[in-house]
Write a protein that binds this ligand. Structure first.
Ligand code: PRP
Ligand code: URA
Length: 210
């Protein structure tokens, strides 16, 4: 079932995304941009967090004001490239717990290969936001969500910077309950399953490995 992502078209995000795509942007600037975009996206993706009233004393007297209530958050970056977004989201929510899922795409088949999974023990009681800059075929996201659901977690958002229509469709079929946030819905995949126009290989650009 095709799923409608929440596309974050804020001018600041779109501006930074242009320089992220540019092939002349080096690894240092690329890393900074990924983190800055992640911070801006996190602000939007947490817009619906529930609030509750608390009583405090201001220097002028008592006041009833708001604090975030309800379940606690966990961020789960998909290694490697998802790590590039982690500092950006923790800048807004430093108390969140962090899990890690290690996956890479087999170069021939473009299917995900699992190599690591370490999640907070209480993940089932948390709202989870998965981080990965790229949603291409959707294989990595689907696999990561399946692993998190297997630990009992039922409240999951997926935050990527660029999504391909093919990945959205596959993710919507596999996990229709998961809300997807992205900064851009690009055109399509090429014959090597890379996103067009995309930004190339996110992990290689973050870590300068190619
Ligand atoms: C990239 C990206 C996603 C995956 C998306 O990771 O960060 O995890 O590809 O592709 P998919 O939607 O077709 O699964 P990659 O496999 O290159 O690993 P890396 O982050 O370690 O470089
Ligand atoms: N992974 C990437 O890093 N880039 C793509 O375009 C597709 C998958």
């Amino acid at each position: 079932m095709p799923i409608k992502p929440f596309i974050m078209d804020h001018p600041l995000i779109q501006h930074k995304l242009t320089w992220l795509r540019d092939k002349n942007t080096g690894a240092k600037e690329f890393r900074e941009l990924v983190n800055e975009i992640a911070t801006l996206m996190c602000y939007e993706a947490t817009r619906n967090l529930p609030l509750e009233d608390v009583e405090i004393e201001t220097p002028m007297g008592p006041a009833v004001t708001k604090v975030i209530s309800g379940r606690k958050l966990a961020f789960v970056p998909i290694l490697r490239a998802g790590m590039g977004m982690l500092d950006g989201v923790l800048a807004l929510i430093p108390a969140a717990k962090v899990g890690h899922i290690g996956l890479y795409r087999d170069e021939e088949t473009a299917t995900p290969v699992e190599y690591y999974c370490k999640l907070p023990a209480d993940i089932a009681e948390r709202d989870v936001i998965i981080l990965d800059p790229m949603l291409a075929t959707g294989g990595s996201a689907i696999d990561a969500i399946t692993q998190i659901k297997a630990r009992g977690c039922r409240s999951i958002k997926f935050m990527c910077i660029i999504a391909a229509p093919e990945g959205l469709e596959a993710l919507g079929e596999a996990h229709p309950d998961v809300h997807i946030y992205c900064a851009s819905l690009d055109k399509c995949l090429n014959d090597k399953k890379y996103i067009l126009p995309g930004l190339g290989d996110a992990g290689d650009r973050i870590y300068g490995t190619k």
